[in-house]
Design a protein around this ligand. Structure first.
Ligand code: ACO
Length: 383
């Protein structure tokens, strides 16, 4: 059973704190009216059922990896550490450009994070919380001092743009955090990670090697290769149930009451899911961070993007209890309680020297990549 209780109290004095954060959204915006130009829908239907007005869509030169990289650079700036300080890079995504190399390895290379292990994590919209939990456990166990956890997606690439029941929901973007070891109590306090594979057919994207995509009637909207199919109503019921249940479980593990939560940062899928969850939990809806109106559902990226905006809007103060909750394909869901720790967001200042060192490392990474490719080309033309 994947869950953890408050760390540090008995056996170790290491805590895992978020010390850096960043986000990246494509410039291009697609409004509900834009979508109504090519499928039969309208702004009123979409907004009333989902709370979404617009979403950001990647340009053809952008990818999950470029968005992840841009968010990661911001997070390193805020944390004021060098890429070479990182021990681990996790990218939670369902829209990697390749099965391998992983998006995380691409980001590792572009950052020049030469001391870091890197891998992608597949848990759909719960992926960011899963990744944060793995990184926090690794920090508390003592094998990692600094980790970069990213949620990044180009959902626009796996949408069936003729299916009005799904194409209205999703958007592209990335969010990243730096997680660091600290002896200050707090940080990641507890988490609850869960899966119910029996509901896998409710929300699926058949990929290479899929037997479903060829002839099996397992999926719900025709099992198109690399396209989302979703049984929206079923997913809605599942989501409203697990959000409240898993937040309550995570609170128990963190030894706090639901009333102690200062801010909930939920996966941004649908405003009505959040309203239902707030009702079930007995928490004021004002304590739920929501930006679904502007970004739609960016899957694994939605929680870190919302976290960044909550910090920007000064909705998080030192010692606040923050609840993160994700849910999605798998089916998977995950909740986490964080006690916001060091340092205070408003006291964050990067040093000029480190900033320059980071820029030099990014340039060096690019030069090294070009040199290696050139060398390989010369070698193969000489063979
Ligand atoms: N515009 C206008 N009408 C539409 C549209 C649209 N875009 N889409 C569907 N309709 C129609 C349907 O055809 C149906 O018409 P009918 O009654 O004549 O058959 C009617 O609207 C109602 O359709 P429902 O699917 O029952 O609508 P519902 O109220 O359930 O809302 C929605 C659909 C918004 C998709 C909702 O079910 C939902 O948000 N589900 C959760 C989705 C979600 O959060 N998924 C992400 C999980 S995260 C991840 O891992 C990817």
């Amino acid at each position: 059973m994947a869950q953890s209780s408050p760390p540090g109290s008995e056996t170790t004095a290491r805590f895992a704190h978020i010390t850096g954060w960043g986000k990246a959204l494509p410039e291009q915006v697609m409004t509900n009216d834009d979508i109504a130009a090519f499928v039969e829908t309208n702004d009123d239907w979409i907004f009333t059922r989902t709370g979404i007005r617009q979403r950001h869509i990647a340009h053809e030169a952008e990818s999950t990896a470029t968005l992840a990289y841009n968010a990661a650079r911001q997070a390193l700036e805020v944390a004021d550490i060098l890429p070479t300080d990182l021990d681990m890079i996790i990218v939670a995504t369902s829209t990697a450009e390749h099965i391998f190399p992983s998006t995380a390895s691409q980001v590792q290379d572009w950052l020049n994070a030469s001391e870091a292990g890197a891998f992608d994590l597949s848990a759909a919209c719960s992926g960011f919380v899963y990744g944060l939990q793995l990184a926090a456990d690794s920090i508390r166990a003592g094998s990692t001092d600094a980790a970069l956890v990213i949620g990044a997606e180009t959902m626009s690439r796996i949408i069936d743009w003729t299916d009005r029941s799904t194409c209205i929901l999703f958007g592209d973007g990335a969010g990243a955090v730096v997680l660091r070891a600290s002896d200050t109590p707090g940080g990641v306090l507890s988490s609850v990670l869960r899966s119910d594979g029996a509901g896998g057919d409710l929300l699926a994207v058949p990929s290479v090697g899929s037997i479903d995509a060829k002839e099996s009637p397992v999926g719900v909207n025709g099992n198109q290769l690399y396209k989302i199919s979703m049984a929206g109503g079923e997913v809605f019921k599942f989501a409203t149930r697990v959000v409240s249940e898993s937040i309550e479980q995570a609170c128990r593990l963190a030894r706090i009451q639901v009333e102690d939560i200062d801010l909930v940062i939920p996966h941004q899928a649908n405003r009505r899911i959040l309203q239902a969850a707030a009702r079930k939990l007995g928490i004021d809806l004002a304590k739920f961070m929501s930006n679904v109106e502007r970004y739609g559902n960016t899957s694994a990226a939605s929680i870190p993007i919302a976290l960044c905006e909550a910090i920007e809007q000064r909705r998080i103060q030192s010692r606040d209890h923050i609840a993160l909750v994700g849910f999605g394909g798998g089916l998977t869901w995950a909740s986490m309680i964080i006690r916001w720790g060091v340092p205070k967001p408003s006291e964050q200042h990067g040093s000029l020297i480190k900033r320059q060192q980071r820029h030099v490392q990014y340039r060096l990474a690019r030069l090294r990549r070009l040199r290696r490719r050139m060398a390989r080309r010369l070698q193969s033309s000489g063979d």
